[in-house]
Design a protein around this ligand. Structure first.
Ligand code: SF4
Length: 376
C-alpha cells in the first residue's frame, strides 16, 4: 500500500519538561508569526516537489501544537489541502497536552478535520508528574480525556513514561489499571531516557537522580505488555499498543520507508530516497523563510550499511526481520553471518526464527536494543 505523510512541528511549550530533547522553546507568544512562516514553508515546498500519490496522514507534533487556536490550525490544514492531494479518509493527529484544551476547543478540532488525538499524559501519579515537571495535574489529564470523548473523538492515544526513579511496581500497576479503565484506542509507553543536553541528564551526572536498574526496567516493561495485551491491545511496535483497527498510520510511514514531508524547525522529510531535515532554531528558521528559502539544515542518502542497520533495528521493534528481503535486497544472510549470536539468543529464549522472519519473543523485547546491536 502506498502511503505518504505530512508532519508539522509546532515548537512552543508553556514549560520545558526536564527530560525532553525535542526542539521547542519555552514561550507562548509569537505563534502568529510562526503560523505565517509555516504556511510559507508549505507553499515553498509544494512548488519544489512532484507529487503523484495522495497523502494518507497529517501529524501535528511538537512542542505543544494544542497551544494553537483552532483558527490557526485551520489555516495550516487548509494550506496543506490547497497544495497537496490529501486522501478524504486521511488520519489527522494532533499532540495535545492536558490543560491546554477544553471541550469547545476539541470540538473545533473535530470540525476542522482532526480525527486523532495524542494526549501527553505520561502518568496518573501526582508524584511522577511533579518529577517530570509536567504542567498538568492528574485531574486535568482525566478531564482532558473525558472532554475528548465528549467531543466525539474515537481515536485517542495516551503517552506514558515508565521506569521513573519515583516508580514502584504497585504504582506502575495502578497507572496501567487507570489507563485500561479509561479505555483509550492506542497507548505509547516509553521507558524514561536520560538524553544528553537535558536538565535530567545534568541531574544524573550530578548524582541528584538514580535511574532504575535494568532488571526493574524490564519488569515494568513486562507488566505493561502483559496488562495491555490482556486488555485487548496489540503490541505492534515495541513501545506502541493499539486496539483493533487503531494502529497509528503515521508511525507506519516512518517504519516502512514511505515518503513524508516535514515542516517547521527540526522537522525531517524523506523524499525520493533522500532524508533531509530543517534547522532546529526558530530564529534561523524565520530568517530562511523570510529570504524565500527552504529552512534545510542537512540531508543524507542512506548507504546500504545504514539501510541494513535500520532494517534490523526497525524489524526487531515491529513484526520481525524479513530474512528473504535482507538476502534479496542487501545480499545479506543474517542466519549464516550471525550464526553464533542467533544461536545464543535463541537458547536464551530472546528470539525465534519462523516463517522466514527473525523476531523477538516477549522476553526478548526487553533487550531489543542490545540484540539489534549484536546483530548489526
Ligand atoms: S510538553 Fe512535550 S514537547 Fe514540550 S517540553 Fe514537555 S515533553 Fe517536550
Amino acid at each position: 500500500m502506498t502511503m505518504q505523510g505530512l508532519y508539522l512541528h509546532i515548537p512552543f511549550c508553556e514549560h520545558k519538561c526536564i527530560y525532553c530533547d525535542f526542539y521547542s522553546v519555552e514561550q507562548t507568544h509569537g505563534i502568529k508569526k510562526f503560523v505565517d512562516s509555516l504556511i510559507a514553508e508549505i507553499t515553498l515546498t509544494a512548488g519544489s516537489v512532484d507529487i503523484t500519490n495522495k497523502f494518507t496522514t497529517i501529524f501535528l507534533g511538537g512542542g505543544t501544537p494544542s497551544l494553537l487556536t483552532p483558527v490557526q490550525l485551520q489555516k495550516i490544514i487548509d494550506t496543506l489541502h490547497r497544495h497537496f492531494p490529501i486522501a478524504p479518509d486521511a488520519e489527522v493527529t494532533i499532540e495535545t497536552n492536558p490543560g491546554t484544551v477544553d471541550v469547545e476547543k476539541l470540538r473545533a478540532y473535530k470540525n476542522i478535520g482532526i480525527n486523532r488525538l495524542s494526549l501527553g499524559v505520561q502518568s496518573f501519579s501526582p508524584k511522577d508528574l511533579e518529577f517530570l515537571t509536567r504542567i498538568h495535574s492528574v485531574e486535568e489529564a482525566e478531564k482532558c480525556y473525558d472532554d475528548a470523548r465528549k467531543s466525539g473523538f474515537d481515536n485517542i492515544n495516551l503517552d506514558l513514561i515508565f521506569s521513573l526513579p519515583t516508580h514502584t511496581k504497585t504504582g506502575w500497576v495502578h497507572n496501567i489499571e487507570k489507563v485500561i479503565n479509561l479505555a483509550p484506542d492506542h497507548v505509547s509507553a516509553y521507558s524514561l531516557t536520560y538524553e544528553k543536553g537535558t536538565p535530567l541528564y545534568t541531574m544524573l551526572k550530578n548524582k541528584q537522580v538514580v535511574p532504575l536498574q535494568d532488571d526493574l526496567d524490564a519488569e515494568f516493561f513486562g507488566l505493561t505488555m502483559d496488562m495491555l495485551e490482556h486488555a485487548g491491545f496489540e503490541q505492534y511496535e515495541i513501545s506502541n499498543y493499539a486496539q483493533p483497527g487503531k494502529k497509528c498510520l503515521h508511525n507506519r510511514i516512518y517504519w516502512e520507508y514511505h515518503e513524508y514531508f516535514g515542516f517547521g524547525p527540526s522537522a525531517h522529510s524523506f523524499y525520493k530516497g533522500k532524508r533531509y531535515w530543517n534547522v532546529n532554531d526558530l530564529v534561523k528558521y524565520y530568517k530562511q523563510i523570510k529570504a524565500g528559502l527552504l529552512p534545510k539544515a542537512g540531508e543524507e542518502v542512506l548507504s546500504d550499511q545504514q539501510k541494513v542497520e535500520e532494517e534490523i533495528f526497525l524489524g526487531l521493534r515491529t513484526s520481525g526481520i524479513d530474512l528473504k528481503k535482507m538476502k534479496n535486497i542487501y545480499n545479506l544472510d543474517i542466519l549464516k553471518n550471525k550464526a553464533a549470536e542467533i544461536s545464543s539468543f535463541t537458547e536464551r529464549g530472546f528470539i525465534v526464527v519462523e516463517n522466514g522472519c527473525l523476531r523477538l519473543t516477549k522476553q526478548g523485547k526487553a533487550f531489543a536494543d542490545m540484540i539489534a546491536t549484536e546483530l548489526i
